[in-house]
Design a protein around this ligand. Structure first.
Ligand code: FMN
Length: 363
């Protein structure tokens, strides 16, 4: 089937992106780890969540705005942290951050951005900083100070990457960063390994293996909590016991995430574990979900399962690849329109009402 010229949904950007990108970059974006079982399961689990609409609620035009971390947002959605965005479009992170600003949602800047955090912060809008814990704690402290000075409004620490998952597409492609794409936040030369292409080896996995601290612990999270006054999100939680402990350690939110199926292949779909995590943290902190969100109905599903909001990953890279900032703005506008329709069709006046909807997985 021919690709649509005008995307009618966020998912329609995938075909445009695939046509625009070199195959190895498409694989880096799209791929999961191992047999991609978890990657597939994320979608299947969301598709199984059927939402029971309320009728006769008298709702005309629902609002899509909702707070995240107590801060008002145009919808309960943030752009997920994603490394090396200049791989998919020369305008990279600033273009996607500008689209998020225009849409009124937070943009989460990765530690492994191909643009310095200062430049991303200068775009304006609400920027959150995602921290990968580097082996060098001095560098971690330096990144935190820079994120703060750049105006970041929240800190998201990713805890599911002691090492990179075995992403076989990247291994088979011998994937390495092209010279023009760098880990711009790291001091000069700290990303050399990511550029060294070797057949049968993922250079990005070798680089993160050298740069990231694998033995992160609760004591480190407590240190981080004490080091920043910014709202703190812990990303990459699946076990409800870990979610409860993160809340006890002072996290303002946990992100139920399996990294879009890119870390351990064989972890459960996020929609499957979300309700248990919500029950475990209670009112103590917010719960966001990512991995597989592809449209407004998925946002509704996550809310109905008890989430406060979602992160959207790959679809934003598809839209950026397809059309730069304008493409990403169009993608986020579609998502907002889909969410408004989903709320209308379930009789919800706003995203908070959607959290009272019932769901069934009975098909
Ligand atoms: C190309 C790519 C790069 C990513 N880089 C990061 C990163 O630097 N930090 C991080 O915490 N998560 C990273 N992620 C994971 C996303 O933040 C998010 O958890 C995942 O993409 C959500 O799944 P989805 O793509 O199905 O929406 C990356 C994901 C992709 C696809």
């Amino acid at each position: 089937m021919a690709e649509p010229l005008l995307p009618a949904s966020l998912a329609d950007f995938a075909g445009l992106a695939r046509a625009a990108l070199p195959p190895e970059v498409w694989d880096f974006v799209e791929g999961g780890s191992g047999t991609e079982t978890t990657l597939t399961a994320n979608r299947a689990a969301l598709d199984r969540v059927a939402v029971l609409p309320r009728v006769l609620t008298g709702v005309d035009r629902p609002r899509t705005d909702a707070p995240l971390l107590g801060r008002p947002q145009a919808m309960p959605v943030a752009v997920a942290p994603m490394a090396y965005q200049r791989l998919v479009h020369p305008d990279g992170e600033p273009a996607l951050a500008a689209a998020a600003r225009a849409a009124g949602v937070p943009y989460v800047a990765s530690t492994l951005s191909s643009t310095r955090i200062e430049e991303i912060g200068a775009v304006g809008g609400e920027v959150w900083f995602q921290l990968y814990w580097l082996r060098d704690r001095g560098m971690v402290a330096d990144l935190l100070d820079r994120a703060h000075a750049a105006g970041c409004a929240a800190l998201m620490v990713t805890v599911d990457v002691p090492i990179l998952g075995r992403r076989l597409r990247d291994v088979r492609n011998g994937f390495a960063l092209p010279p023009h794409v760098t880990a711009a936040n790291l001091p000069g030369g700290r990303d050399d390994l990511a550029h060294q292409g070797t057949p049968g080896v993922s250079a990005v996995a070798v680089h993160t293996g050298a740069a990231f601290a694998p033995a992160l612990s609760w004591a480190d999270l407590a240190w981080l909590r004490g080091r920043t006054t910014l709202p703190l999100l812990v990303k990459g939680v699946l076990d409800p016991r870990d979610a409860a402990r993160a809340a006890e350690t002072g996290a303002d939110a946990v992100v139920v995430s399996n990294h879009g199926g890119r870390q351990l292949d064989g972890t459960p779909a996020t929609a499957t574990v979300l309700p248990e995590v919500v029950a475990a943290v209670g009112q103590r902190c917010e719960v966001l979900l990512d991995s597989g969100v592809r449209g407004g109905v998925d946002v509704l599903r996550a809310l109905a399962l008890g989430a406060t909001g979602v992160l959207v990953g790959r679809p934003m890279l598809w839209a950026l690849a397809a059309g730069g900032r304008a493409g990403a703005e169009a993608g986020l506008a579609l998502l907002a329109a889909e969410l408004r329709d989903a709320l209308t069709l379930t009789g919800c006046a706003d995203p908070a009402a959607a959290r009272h909807l019932r769901t069934t997985t009975g098909g």
